[in-house]
Write a protein that binds this ligand. Sequence first.
Ligand SMILES: *Cc1c(COP(=O)(O)O)cnc(C)c1O
Length: 639
Amino acid sequence: MSLYSIKMRASTNQTHISGAEKIIPYDQIGPFVNQLVQRGMHHPKGNPDSLNLKIETIDERDILYIEALPVRTIEVGSCRDGIEEIRKFLLSLGLAHPDNILRFLSETYAMRGAILLDVDTLERLEPDGKRGVRATYMDADRTSGGPSGNGKDHYAEAIVLATKVAHAPNLIGEICISDDPDYVTGYVASKTTGYTRITKMKELGSENGGRIFLYRGRREDVAKTISFLEKQPVIVRNIQPLEVPTHAIDKFSFIDAALQEMQEAHLYRSLKTVQSAQSSTVQSHGREMIMMASNSYLDMSRVEEVRDYAAYALKKYGTGSGGSRLTTGNTILHEMLENKIAEFKHTEAALVFNTGYVANLATISALMEKPDIIFSDELNHASIIDGCRLSGAKTVIYRHNDMRDLEEKILANPCHKGLIVSDAVFSMDGDIVNLPQLVQIADRYHLLSMVDEAHATGVIGKTGGGIVEHYHNTYRPDIVMGTLSKAIGSEGGFVCGRKNLIDYLRNKARGFIFSTSLSPVTMAASYKALEFIEKNPQRVTDLQNNVQFFCDCLRQRGLPVSSDTGIIPIIIGDEEKALQVSQELFNRGYYISAIRYPTVKRGSARLRIALMATHTQDQLQRAASAIVQILKEKEVLPW
Ligand SMILES: *Cc1c(COP(=O)(O)O)cnc(C)c1O
């Protein structure tokens, strides 16, 4: 049977633009001719003024079938490293003086073919020194599922060429750098080393490409080598698809490294799954547990009236709000909630944000900007820190709840406009800001004052009114921020204060303007919860009593703790140990989180216990016993 060799060569003024060849059966001549003509006529280097197409028959019995050289890729960062890899290749072929050979590279730059270099005498053996030696009559085997033959597979063409060259008599290897200015990857190849791609052999934009065939043998055999290269039809089988090594293209390697680092430092975070409503007991990982980590201090999410009202809102308004508050997302429930918050906090007005996090981000960044100065407690919540960063204002950190330090820092950093911002109840320590002094200092220095009541609303103050009520309604910060996601048991953040502040935020706070508003369901839940708390102040008292009872239980068992909020931290220090203790508590049915860096300082890992109004005294006693016992077992407690 006959096969056909097709060769295409396109040129302008005798200079080569592109060329390609195939060995194919008769019935494929048409499509391939078409393809090669397309390729030759539309080359990025320019349109040719002449295109030669040559079709010849080949006797199938003359064809030599060769297995493709195995391929590997070496990633290098620079051409210098690329050249170093060529040196190593030459050394591996037993050539002791690679530089003698590398010198010839520049001589090949303008040539169409390759230099045929005698590696021992360093003589050039090609008969035509301008043209060089070229390998032709070759193709990839398309029957063995190799390259598709779409006419553009430069990689497969390079493997075919290199495989043929590597099998030529007396050739011990090949060096190849493309002259395509956009292509910096080159290769070295030999029967012994296979085909090695080297990702950088020249600078991008350079046309200095070239080829050297490395000859070792008798002078009288050169003709045999050249004849093989130029006449022997070869079909190369089993070309493996190009697989760039994963490390080379792994855009995500920094992610794996970061994850591994976190794991080694016991700072990796994973999720636990809760399979029931957030309450004093929950179903988790297939069993009932006592929940002592939730910020749902008043257990509102279990209150029938709250759930019923949310269900009513769901029926009436559906699930989503369809747009930001300023477009479609404002319902009567949103407005009712804001009025309710303002009433609950005894301020002129309130504005609801999608989360407490966003409330801080949006409010601080709307109020403060570049020349302004923000004075921020060192233990403030991450959302305050991020809001300060986003604002662009200078942020001065003062020592935790240290009003003398605050005042000194204010004196050292005079400004026209500024803000003092603090958690009301510190989220990881459970202590309370010195509001009277903070407000007085702010007024004295004409600074705005802002407190974050995430853990204060519904928790402190006789009726759960928060920080202002805690200090007997004597001192009021200018800006009160809080969340609906903790004691209120729902979702969302809020800011309240005077009317012009709220008007300003409604117009300026990007986190309010550019985000779809919370659904009416959420609004309804928050609204009813606030109403419930107003009507049932006993709920707040229950929480406060539980905290005192539980602290008593722990103290009786030898653990010196105290708290006036819903949060009772037990400092352990070491991150790994804190995790172990938390896990052991978890195993015994107590859901208590270990808090680690970056939520708290490194080396100050802790159990953060958060109580609910609905925990029973029996549950609290049992939990206290379990905690103390495990702390002893893990040798956190010294006795
Ligand atoms: C939880 C918390 C927030 C964020 O509130 P979300 O509604 O959960 O986004 C902000 N500030 C403090 C102090 C918090 O504890």
